[in-house]
Design a protein around this ligand. Structure first.
Ligand code: ADP
Ligand code: MG
Length: 140
């Protein structure tokens, strides 16, 4: 295992319900350090760019609209094996299938409004971190 960084987003369904602190506590309990964090309201263009990999999917337009429906909290998480560790803490995409103890099981409202995003590989983590943060914003 190596120390990694990954990009996390607390999605609008969670900021709307004032869950930022509860989600951050779960991330920290999972062994992740929040080394950068910024609350932002994405533009539709930014949401479409961030999720461009899903542009051909039937849910793409709805997903982008959802992501601009309220503020999000973008954050860089750091820790041993942070990418997989965060995915484990998040749980399955569909909260109905997420394991007990995961963030999506606890807080997700639907397969779309599932409270958190997490990078899925080292390559996407680097791209997604750079989407929101410059190196000087990240304080390890
Ligand atoms: P994950 O966020 O677990 O990596 P994906 O990368 O497959 O999942 O999808 C990105 C996001 O798109 C999901 O977190 C969810 O918000 C939304 N999404 C995925 N699949 C669906 C679906 N079938 N219907 C509606 N929204 C979806
Ligand atoms: Mg994904």
């Amino acid at each position: 295992m190596a120390v990694e960084r990954t990009l996390s987003i607390i999605k609008p369904d969670a900021t709307r319900r004032n869950l930022t602190g509860q989600i951050n506590a779960r991330l920290e309990e999972a062994g992740l350090r929040i080394v950068a964090q910024r609350r932002v309201r994405l533009t539709l263009e930014q949401a479409r760019q961030f999720y461009a990999v899903h542009a051909s999917r039937a849910f793409f337009d709805d997903l982008c609209k959802f992501m601009v429906s309220g503020p999000v909290v973008a954050q860089v998480l750091e820790g041993e094996d942070a990418i997989a560790r965060n995915r484990d803490a998040m749980g399955a995409t569909n909260p109905a299938n997420a394991a007990d103890g995961t963030i999506r099981k606890a807080f997700g409202e639907s397969i779309e409004a599932n409270s958190v995003h997490g990078s899925d590989s080292a390559e996407t983590a680097a791209t997604e971190i750079a989407f929101f943060f410059s190196e000087r914003d990240i304080v390890g």
